[in-house]
Design a binder for this molecule. Structure first.
Ligand SMILES: O=P(O)(O)OC[C@H]1O[C@](O)(CO)[C@@H](O)[C@@H]1O
Length: 395
C-alpha cells in the first residue's frame, strides 16, 4: 500500500495480492487469521483431534498452501479453483482466493464437514449470539417503534440507512479494529439512493434480490428493509441470498436468519410485527431464501455460474450488501477510485446496488473531488478504516 497521500504505484487492474508490504491484505492474513483460530479454539471445548487440526492450520498459514484432504467432497472443486496457488506461500496469492480458502480450511479443522459430533456446528455462533444479546441490538429494535408515524420518505431513508450502517456489524473487522470504528464519525462517499428508490416505485411489481452479508446486527436491519419493501408494495417478491455455511466469521446463514426472526419476535412492538409479517411472507413465497454454493467460493460475480446468473437476471434490482460482495462485484483489484461503477458492473445481469461500509482497499465510482478530499484528510486510510460508506447503483 502507498504511504498516506500517495497514489498506488500498482497497475490499475492488478489483483490485490496478500504479500504487498504493509498492505491491508497482509495484515488480515498474518494477524487476523491467526487471532481468529485462537478465538474459535477458546470458544469451544474441542478435543485433541480438532485442536491438533487447528494447530496444523495455524502452522500452515505461515507457510505453503496445502490441498484439501483426499476425503473432502469439494476437493476437486478447490483443486480447480486453486490450481495456480496450491503449493505457493499463503502470502503470495490473491487476497480474495486466500480468504475463501482459509475459511474453508477452518471449517474443515473444526470438523464441520465430517460425520460426528461437530458436524454442522457453526464455529462462529457464540460471537454471533453475543452480538444479538447486546444493549445496542435491543435499542436498535426499540427505535423502530417510532418509525411508523414518520412520513414515507423518512421511513424509506431510515430503513435503507439502517441496512447500510448495519454493515459495520462485522465481527471479522472487529477482531482488529476493536469497537473504535463504530465510535467514529462516518460519511457517505457516494449516495445513489434516489436511483435505487426510482427502481422501486410503490405499486410496481418488482422482484428484489438482496444478497445478505453479516448476521446479527446487520441481518436484522436487512430483514426490516425487506419487510418494508414488501409492506409498502415497493416489491412484490424478495429473494434473500445467504451463505450455505459459516463464512468470514459473521456471514449470515439460514440458521442466523431464523435467529434474527426469533430475536425480532421476542423484542415485541414494531419489530415483532415485522417478524410476524416476514414469517408469513416466507410461508406464502413472497420472501424466498436461497443459499447458493457460489457464495462460499473464491469467485467474483463476473465468474458466477449460469443458474445464479439466470436468477439475478429476473430481478428488478439486486442489492449487494457489504465489503466482500463489493470486492466480488467490481473485482478485487487496484482500480483507480474514479473507475466507472457502471462500466465495472455492466456484466451483471440485472440493475445492481451496492450498500457497503469501506473496509478494504477496493473502490470505484468516486468523483475526482471526492477522492482528492478523502486523500487530503486521511491519506489512504479512508479505504479500510470502516468510517465511510457508499450506496452505488447501476440501472
Ligand atoms: O462483512 P463485510 O462487509 O463483507 O467485510 C468483510 C471484510 O473483512 C475482511 O474479510 C477482512 O477481514 C475484508 O477482506 C472483507 O472485505
Amino acid at each position: 500500500m502507498p504511504e498516506p497521500g500517495e497514489t498506488p504505484a500498482t497497475a490499475p487492474d492488478a489483483p490485490v495480492i496478500v504479500s504487498e508490504p504493509g498492505s491491508f491484505a497482509h495484515g488480515v492474513l498474518t494477524e487476523r487469521h491467526p487471532a481468529l483460530i485462537e478465538k474459535v479454539r477458546a470458544a469451544f471445548p474441542y478435543g485433541p483431534g480438532r485442536r491438533r487440526a487447528l494447530d496444523a492450520l495455524a502452522r500452515e498459514i505461515t507457510g505453503a498452501i496445502e490441498p484439501l484432504g483426499p476425503d473432502a467432497a469439494d476437493r476437486d472443486r478447490w483443486q480447480r479453483w486453486g490450481a495456480p496457488y496450491i503449493g505457493r506461500s499463503w502470502l503470495d496469492v490473491p487476497f480474495l482466493w486466500a480468504e475463501a480458502y482459509f475459511y474453508r480450511k477452518l471449517l474443515g479443522a473444526v470438523g464441520y464437514f465430517d460425520e460426528g459430533p461437530w458436524q454442522g456446528i457453526d464455529p462462529f455462533r457464540p460471537f454471533k449470539e453475543a452480538e444479538l444479546g447486546t444493549t445496542e441490538a435491543r435499542e436498535e429494535l426499540a427505535a423502530l417503534d417510532g418509525l411508523a408515524t414518520r412520513p414515507p420518505a423518512e421511513q424509506d431513508a431510515a430503513l435503507l440507512h439502517g441496512a447500510l450502517w448495519g454493515n459495520r456489524a462485522d465481527l471479522g473487522f472487529r477482531i482488529s479494529a476493536g469497537d473504535r470504528a463504530a465510535a467514529e464519525d462516518t460519511a457517505l462517499v457516494a449516495d445513489d439512493s434516489a436511483a435505487l428508490w426510482s427502481l422501486l416505485p410503490a405499486g410496481a411489481r418488482a422482484t428484489v434480490h438482496l444478497v445478505a452479508d453479516n448476521a446479527g446486527r446487520e441481518l436484522v436491519p436487512d430483514l426490516l428493509l425487506v419487510d418494508h419493501l414488501l409492506r409498502r408494495h415497493r416489491a412484490d417478491r424478495v429473494v434473500l441470498h445467504v451463505k450455505p455455511r459459516p463464512y468470514y466469521v459473521s456471514d449470515a446463514t439460514m440458521a442466523d436468519t431464523l435467529d434474527c426472526l426469533r430475536h425480532c419476535g421476542a423484542a415485541g412492538g414494531a419489530a415483532a410485527e415485522a417478524a410476524r409479517r416476514l414469517r408469513d411472507a416466507l410461508r406464502r413465497g413472497r420472501l424466498d431464501v436461497s443459499a447458493h454454493p457460489f457464495f462460499c467460493s473464491p469467485l467474483t460475480y463476473e465468474e458466477m455460474p449460469g443458474d445464479l446468473r439466470e436468477r439475478f437476471a429476473g430481478a428488478t434490482v439486486t442489492v449487494l450488501k457489504g465489503d466482500l460482495n463489493y470486492r466480488r462485484l467490481v473485482g478485487d483489484r487496484h482500480w483507480p477510485p474514479t473507475t466507472s461503477f457502471t462500466d465495472r458492473t455492466a456484466y451483471f445481469p440485472s440493475p445492481v446496488a451496492a450498500l457497503r461500509i469501506l473496509k478494504s482497499d477496493v473502490i470505484v465510482g468516486l468523483g475526482p473531488r471526492t477522492e482528492a478530499s478523502l486523500v487530503a484528510a486521511r491519506g489512504q486510510r479512508w479505504r479500510t478504516s470502516g468510517e465511510h460508506a457508499l450506496i452505488q447503483v447501476r440501472h
